[in-house]
Design a protein around this ligand. Sequence first.
Ligand SMILES: NC(=O)c1ccc[n+]([C@@H]2O[C@H](COP(=O)([O-])OP(=O)(O)OC[C@H]3O[C@@H](n4cnc5c(N)ncnc54)[C@H](O)[C@@H]3O)[C@@H](O)[C@H]2O)c1
Length: 343
Amino acid sequence: MSEPVPVGVIGAGRIGRLHAKNLRQIRGARLAAIADPRLAAAEQAAVGNGARATEDWRELLQDDVIRAVVVCSPTDTHATIIEGAAAAGKHIFCEKPIDLDVDRAREALRAAERSGVRIQVGFNRRFDPSLGRIAELVRRGEIGTPELVRISSRDPHPPPIDYLKSSGGLFLDMSIHDLDMARHLVGDEVREIFAAGSNLVDREIGRAGDIDTATITLQFRNGALGVIDNSRRAVYGYDQRVEVFGSNGCLTVGNPTPTSVSLWNENGRSSDRLMDFFVDRYAESFVIEMEAFIDCIRVGREPTATGLDGVRAIELALAAQRSLQERRPVRLVMERPRERLGP
Ligand SMILES: NC(=O)c1ccc[n+]([C@@H]2O[C@H](COP(=O)([O-])OP(=O)(O)OC[C@H]3O[C@@H](n4cnc5c(N)ncnc54)[C@H](O)[C@@H]3O)[C@@H](O)[C@H]2O)c1
């Protein structure tokens, strides 16, 4: 077996620390360095992993040993870092969204395409064993033609307000996972989108110009429909449910709980609380997506969640924003799914 792929992680916040920890367990990879302007955070994430810490991602890119980077810095830094990594010949895993501006995202992806490096976008839910399985069953025709997809995706609590301010808002930060999942499950592009949103959870979020509660209706080119609902606050835990209904049946994924025990007594029936948040609910998916990325580098395969998938999801999130602002359905003009990024 060839040597493990040396990887650098850029950004040692919530998701950077998680990927750094997972990289340690992945046999085909070796965590080589972590960069974060908060050096103490980088050092903390590097400790015990045999990795070095640096304040500067540009310095990390100069390290000839490193073959791939995992971009986990705030969203508004991703495009610049992708371009830097592409110029340095490093393969790229980039957290979602690629950028808040779709043209900027395309520009960065073209830089990666020109330099011939692989790029995978952090749509980890595609790699969740249950969601991955329903996608496979849909593809195999087990429910006939998919006609409806329903996704409920509710966070237990909002993220810190400073994070929200640079996140691009609910559609680009949170719904983007659901928009990607809907596209992935139906296997077609969206023709029209209609979004509604409210500020019901925290006034601070409204003051920051964002919403915390939303519904999104999708119509795909093949006529299938999708409904997504999002909230930044579910008092009972992280609520993630998906259903695909088709001409020959239906597939559902519910909420896993830490155990499957249910207690029945004179008060009724109770079971474990839902998982806390994405770190727990999607723990396996984060490992599997990183294994898949490393595997793509090792065998020279195209990733499953591509740069183009990242662009499509941004287009959908921006169309949802526009629909909310203009209070009307928005039509999307898109090329075929597997077309290149264009000039
Ligand atoms: N796939 C998922 O489920 C998922 C979950 C959470 C976050 N994300 C995405 O990951 C990104 C980071 O989110 P987070 O929650 O970890 O944020 P965070 O605020 O917890 O962490 C960001 C880190 O990046 C560091 N940083 C800032 N500028 C930097 C730079 N130029 N170079 C290197 N590091 C820099 C910050 O100091 C901080 O430590 C966002 O784009 C977010 O959308 C994805």
